[in-house]
Design a protein around this ligand. Structure first.
Ligand SMILES: [Zn+2]
Length: 519
């Protein structure tokens, strides 16, 4: 099988501007995309915006705009944000795109033709904030868990998807495919959800109540409702059904989501695909929430953190590093400015920044900036090399398991090891002894070689930092084009090339005066 990788973020709903939750999901997708590209995979990275539905209509009315004009505006905020966070998506889809609309209608017609859509009356508890019906079991103390409001009981005629028909198929599929939903806690959640009878899914809204949506191809009085519109973006972006991209990338599709949309992605989407005769995606990867001071980030609490504010105050790579290092994928994590400052000062300024600056400045001081050819490896050098090669092996495994924090821990163990190696071999004292020049050259070469491997290892998380290290240690080819396999051999630094000094990679930052908002 050829090496390919397809990664998606959810399409973000345009009733709100981007916050760090959106940034985290999208940066994780970017890190994976860069890592797989480094590893020789042909990749496709998709993100975009979800633009239909009541909330967009209401927000547009409040802003005195047409829903399309409003969606254009918010969608552009997302589209323009990603390059500023070094996110390298291949495509940006909007659910108001003409091609998306066609594919949604094609799938609806297909599922309708097989008899899996039917017209019926439904009465249920409806949360207008969520735009969805809730079953009693999903309500917490009779309230919508997201909005803390009691839903209203409403009755109307609508189209339904025979999701119940696929319950046994889905349960078996998940049982047989261990990594289909990961981490395992979310897989278990879905398996236990599937032990209760699965209800059919209401997939339409009367146009009279909701005009801002894609009309059903078989009944012009209705539009399709959220999920039959939104989820299909993952294949419409690949030009389903006949596009090359669909043939190439759908079999290797990885979805990346936050846990709030687990059920639609783990239950609605695979059953929809099955009904439409399309094989399931390969993996669903689910992460937790970023909390602010232990509470959920929300507009009403006024504790929303904007990614560009963090970037401006602390630098992009510091922000990217912090998010990937601090969160255990799958679990909730806390975003705190104190913790961010701590990481910048210790991991980045003290460990990595200092390692680069001391190594490069010694090459400049002792050898006029020229990389010298090393002598034979001594035991302490071999131990360093072994640690570097094993860090690379660990990073490869951890990236495949979405254990980004562990990958960074392995990398930082290597960084600590190189700093320790310099302390133990003390090149500055060798420099005083005339006959030890060859040994001095070897030690600095080994430190440079470690930095070369570190630059490749950190590149997916901190692209600009990786590139800067690469340049300063005198490597000519572009880091962007280096394969991950370059971390598996020792001795690639070019003899005779010139290193370059410069200002600190990560200046130390002051702790925030009061723990509070960034900005
Ligand atoms: Zn709600």
């Amino acid at each position: 099988m050829s090496k390919r990788f397809y990664i998606t973020t959810p399409i973000y709903y345009v009733n709100d501007v981007p916050h760090i939750g959106h940034a985290y999901t999208t940066i994780v997708a970017d890190v994976l995309n860069r890592f797989y590209r480094q590893s020789g995979f042909e990749t496709f990275f998709l993100t975009g915006t979800d633009e239909h539905g009541n909330k967009v209509l209401q927000a547009a009315e409040t802003a005195g705009k047409s829903p399309k004009a409003y969606a254009d505006e918010i969608s552009a905020l997302f589209r323009d944000l990603w390059p500023q966070l070094d996110v390298s998506n291949d495509y940006f889809i909007r659910t108001t795109d003409e091609n998306h609309r066609k594919v949604v209608q094609l799938i609806l017609q297909k599922v309708h033709d097989t008899g899996d859509l039917y017209f019926g009356e439904y009465g249920g508890y409806y949360c207008f904030g969520c735009e969805r019906f809730y079953t009693q079991g999903e309500l917490v103390d009779g309230k919508c868990p997201d909005h803390q409001k009691e839903p209203q009981f409403i009755k109307e005629k609508n189209y339904f998807f025979r999701m119940s028909k696929y319950q046994d198929w889905l349960a078996t599929y998940i049982e047989e495919h261990e990594d289909f939903i990961r981490p395992e806690s979310y897989r278990n959640k879905i398996l236990s959800f599937l032990q209760e009878p699965l209800e059919d899914l209401c997939i339409s809204r009367p146009k009279a109540r909701l005009s801002w949506g894609i009309p059903l191809p078989f009944d012009q009085d209705y539009v399709t409702y959220v999920w039959f519109d939104a989820l299909i973006n993952y294949i419409s972006a690949l030009d389903y059904p006949s596009g090359d991209a669909f043939q190439k990338f759908w079999p290797v599709a990885h979805h990346l989501i936050a846990k709030d949309i687990l059920i639609p992605h783990a239950i609605y989407w695979p059953t929809m695909l099955q009904a439409a005769g399309i094989p399931p995606y390969q993996k669903l990867n689910v992460h937790g929430y970023w909390n602010i001071k232990e509470s959920k980030m929300s507009k009403s609490l006024g504790n929303i953190i904007r990614p560009l504010d963090v970037k401006e105050k602390y630098g992009l790579d510091c922000f990217r590093y912090f998010m990937m290092r601090e969160m255990t994928f799958g679990l909730d994590s806390n975003f705190s400015e104190d913790a961010l400052v701590q990481r910048i000062n210790s991991d980045l300024a003290n460990d990595l920044g200092n390692l680069l600056s001391r190594t490069v400045s010694m090459v400049i001081r002792y050898f006029g900036g020229r990389v010298q050819s090393p002598g034979p490896l001594e035991a302490i050098d071999a131990a360093l090399r072994e640690q570097a090669l094993s860090a690379a092996r660990e990073v490869e495994v951890f990236m495949g398991e979405m254990a980004f924090n562990k990958a960074l821990i392995s990398t930082w163990k290597l960084i600590a090891k190189v700093n320790q190696y310099l302390d133990q071999t003390a090149p500055w004292s060798l420099a005083k002894a005339k006959k030890r020049e060859r040994r001095l050259a070897s030690i600095l070469y080994n430190a440079l070689e470690s930095l070369r491997i570190i630059a490749i290892l950190i590149f997916p998380v901190m692209p600009q930092t990786g590139i800067e290290i690469w340049r300063r240690i005198g490597l000519e080819a572009q880091l962007q084009t280096q394969e991950f396999s370059q971390t598996k051999s020792w001795g690639q630094c070019a003899i005779g090339s010139t290193v370059e000094g410069g200002k600190a990679l990560f200046p130390r930052v002051e702790a925030p005066k009061a723990e509070g908002q960034v900005g």
